[in-house]
Structures are given as C-alpha cells and as structure tokens.
Design a protein. Structure first.
Length: 189
C-alpha cells in the first residue's frame, strides 16, 4: 500500500478494520475501499499491486463484492482484462447493503419463525418458546414493513426524515396527548 497516498491508505486501512466488524473479512473491505475511492475502474492486477494482495485473494474478494452487488464488472475497449468500479452515491450503497442484509439475514429468519409458529407445541416449554418466537416474528415483520416503506422514499424525503430524529417522537407524543384531551384513546382507535 506504499504507492497509495496517505489519505487513501488511511481510508483503505480503516475500511479493512471496519469490514471485519461488519461481517466481511479485512481483505474484502480494503478491496472495496480502494475501488470506491478510485477515480476510474480498476482491474484485479492493479488492485493486487496497490494493496499488496495475491491474485487469488483479490479474485475471491471481487467475487464476494459482486455477490453483495457493491462492485460492477466493466470492460474497457481494446483491453481483455476485467475492470471493477463501485457506485459513488452513498445512498445507493446504503440501500444495496440494507437490501442484501435483509435477503441474507432477515428473510431466512422470518421464514424459520413462520414455520416454527405453524407447529403445534408439544409441551408447556414449546408453548412459551412459540410465544417468544411470535413476539420476535411480529417485531421483525413490523421492521421489514417499515424498511419497505423507507426503501420507496426518494433520497430527499429520506434525508429529511433522518434529520428529524427525536422530533418525530415528540410529534407522536404530542399527537397522543392531544387525542386523549379530545376524548379519544389512540390505543383503541
């Protein structure tokens, strides 16, 4: 990595360390970071040379990043090598990561919970376990419904919603209080 500028080297190193905390290996995180900040698509040889990784590590890392839809394969006219680039829009990257995590982690869990809830409990312990699984299922279903709603929002609306933060909570509390004063119980409406 000595050929990289200090700025890029720092970013790539940090992304490698963070990648391991996010469930990807350090090498994959560094490959992604290098492609992301590159002003042009890079081929596997350039990536390996820049990061001082073996060709096989780069190849495996690129396959992993392609499976996550975080990098795209590009061809350069007159060059038989494959080049890779990454989306530069941070919102698009966030949405892609969220969709992939949902597909890989949340949907299999929901499927398992649904199947478990269809079974008849054979003991008191199973009945209690199913009650707890139902609670988890209901929360995950609520979160995925919310996620679908958020995914359909345009970038500007989503940014406004995120900037509102705790103001949304205060608005909901105010709405609930005013409903109670008006004689309506929002929990029964």
């Amino acid at each position: 990595m000595s050929a990289l500028s200090p700025l890029v080297r720092s970013f790539v190193s940090h992304f490698g360390e963070m990648g391991s905390r996010w469930g990807i290996n350090r090498t994959v995180g560094q490959i992604y970071a290098l492609i992301y900040v590159s002003p042009r698509p890079l081929n596997a040889d350039e990536i390996g040379q820049s990061l001082e990784f073996s060709r096989s590590n780069v190849s495996m890392g690129l396959k992993e990043l392609q499976s996550w839809r975080l990098v795209s394969l590009r061809h350069v006219s007159g060059d038989r090598r494959e080049y890779f680039d990454a989306p530069t829009d941070a919102w698009e990257i966030f949405r892609t990561l969220a969709e992939e995590r949902r597909r890989r982690e949340i949907e299999p869990t929901l499927s398992m919970l649904r199947n478990s809830l269809l079974e008849s409990p054979s003991s008191e312990e199973d009945r209690i376990a199913q009650e707890r699984m139902k609670s988890m299922h209901d929360l995950i279903e609520l979160m995925t419904t919310w996620f679908d709603d958020v995914q359909r929002m345009d970038q500007k609306t989503l940014a406004q919603l995120m900037k509102m933060g705790s103001k949304v909570q205060r608005l909901l509390e105010f709405t609930n209080k005013s409903s109670l004063i008006g004689g309506r119980n929002p929990r029964k409406d």
